[in-house]
Design a protein around this ligand. Structure first.
Ligand code: ADP
Ligand code: ADP
Ligand code: MG
Length: 472
């Protein structure tokens, strides 16, 4: 087993990994950029290494991070999610330095990182894949021909895409012509690669993904599914597990396909196979994420498996401690991504100082976060500042508990998605438990909530200022 692990990440994600390390008796080494010197992940780690002045580039500096791992005597590196977690060169450098990379092989990261390559591999493995182009689109004309042949609507997608960016629906020739240029430009700016491909647009789909664990001895299991259909602009906001839309037969079939998909690429470690499911319960492979996923806590809640601990165990060469038949799921879990964003203002990020912070507690509640009263949310990173995960025996109780927990949650100083979620969780639409990816667009009334009283925010800010002045 490892003695010391470097965590190549920051914030909530780094803290999540530190916690499993502590429980396993492994030392955790944090990295931080100069502006992150007072971040919580730095305080919680056993050791921390400053890796540069730049708030963002520091966390992407492969050389510096690998050196930090060597200098601090680590024997393994965990990439977390975001940053370098899907960068095959990083995985390669880690291995070249004689360290263990806690994740899949560079080859698997590379093959699944390109959505066109992934589609090819899955088609070869007999996995149902969303109908679309064979590989990349060569030109607008090529795209137009294909779209007319397949029939509109179609989706234009960036082969190197992620985080919901580089995806556009096109309903006719004109939109396709316009979007082709725009999506190419967006893909180049965001991913340094303007390769586009096309998929049939699945209408009102459910986003259903399966969590996979694969050890180095050929054992592969799935930990059931997550329903991530509540999205905004193709980005997940609220996730639930298990899906209320799947019956046990479909769950079993999709789980088997997800395991077959992982086996087809000799997958090792934790990964997620994402599918779209239409209203008639047809399902197709969409992509595979070769890393830990933001929404993994809901799977942990319904299965009792610590996914990060399993990742570490697998990387250390241990066989999975369970087979598929040993695994079962209990109750329902819901994750709310608490983002420093103002839903009433187009979800614009709201960096700034948190003046008051009280997280909820009690039965069935888990909070993963990196913020506290007095913390200044920097403008440089993802706006997610905490995740609330609620577990209960059945869906109805999970909803009631969510409302209770969201009521208890108090974050002031900056606007967050909290009051929006509170309103949403109490709605009839949410209580139904069944959603497709157009859920929020179909329910604009959910944005019609009462924000926290701004006067209270000011009062809290004044109280903090007075306390600071008085040296309290
Ligand atoms: P998907 O690519 O399927 O949307 P996730 O939503 O699970 O997958 O995770 C990817 C996103 O997580 C990134 O696009 C980024 O916005 C966010 N992220 C990356 N690193 C961190 C971090 N350290 N803390 C919080 N969020 C992060
Ligand atoms: P990312 O890598 O950014 O996570 P995905 O390929 O996983 O991109 O797609 C993200 C989201 O975009 C999906 O969850 C879904 O809401 C929407 N989407 C993607 N492809 C399609 C499609 N062919 N039809 C309908 N919706 C799609
Ligand atoms: Mg995805």
């Amino acid at each position: 087993m490892f003695r010391r692990i470097l965590i190549a990440n920051r914030g909530e994600c780094a803290i999540r990994i530190i916690r499993s390390c502590q429980e396993l008796g492994i030392e955790a080494v944090a990295i931080y950029s100069e502006p992150d010197a007072h971040a919580l992940h730095v305080k919680k780690a056993d050791l921390a290494v400053m890796i540069g002045p730049d708030p963002v580039k520091s966390y992407l500096n492969i050389h510096r991070i690998v050196n930090a791992a060597l200098e601090s005597g680590c024997d393994a590196v965990h990439p977390g999610y975001g940053f370098l977690s899907e960068n095959p060169e990083f995985a390669e450098e880690v291995v070249r330095a004689g360290l263990t990379y806690i994740g899949p092989t560079p080859q698997a990261i590379r093959d699944m990182g390109s959505k066109t390559k992934a589609r090819e591999a899955m088609i070869a493995a007999g996995v149902p894949v969303i109908p679309g182009s064979d590989g990349a689109l060569e030109s607008v004309e090529h795209a137009l021909d294909l779209a007319r042949e397949m029939g509109y609507p179609v989706m234009l997608k960036a082969a190197a895409g992620g985080g919901g960016r580089g995806i556009r629906r096109c309903d006719n020739d004109e939109e396709l012509r316009e979007n082709f240029i725009v999506t190419q430009r967006e893909a180049m700016a965001a991913f340094g690669n303007d390769e586009l491909f096309m998929e049939k647009c699945i209408v009102e789909p459910h986003h259903i993904e399966f969590q996979i664990l694969a050890d180095q001895h050929g054992n592969i299991v799935h930990l059931f599914e997550r329903d991530c259909s509540i999205q905004r602009r193709n980005q997940k906001l609220i996730e639930i597990a298990p899906s209320t839309f799947l019956d046990s037969d479909l769950r079993e079939r999709m789980g088997q396909v997800a395991v077959a998909a992982a086996r087809a690429v000799d997958y090792v470690n934790a990964g997620t196979v994402e599918f779209l499911v239409d209203k008639d319960r047809n399902f197709w492979f969409m992509e595979m994420n070769t890393r830990l996923q933001v929404e993994h806590p809901i799977t942990e809640a319904i299965t009792g498996v610590d996914i990060v601990a399993q990742q570490i165990d697998i990387a250390a060469g241990n066989p999975l401690p369970f087979s598929q038949d040993d695994l079962s799921h209990h109750g329902f879990a819901i994750e709310f991504r608490i983002n420093a964003e103002d839903p009433k203002n187009g979800f614009l990020p709201t960096p700034g100082k948190i003046t008051r912070y009280h997280s909820p507690g009690g039965i069935g509640i888990r909070v993963d976060g990196c913020v506290y009263a007095g913390y200044e949310i920097p403008p440089y990173y993802d706006s997610m500042c905490a995740k609330l995960t609620v577990w209960a025996h059945d869906w109805k109780q999970a909803v009631r508990r969510s409302i209770r927990a969201l009521d208890e949650y108090d974050i002031r100083g900056v606007r967050t998605t909290l009051p929006f979620y509170r309103h949403l969780a109490a709605s009839e639409a949410f209580a139904s438990g069944s959603f497709h990816t157009g859920f929020l667009d179909e329910h604009p009334e959910l944005l019609d909530y009462k924000p926290f009283d701004a006067r209270e925010d000011i009062a809290a800010a004044v109280a903090v200022a007075i306390a600071a002045h008085a040296g309290l």
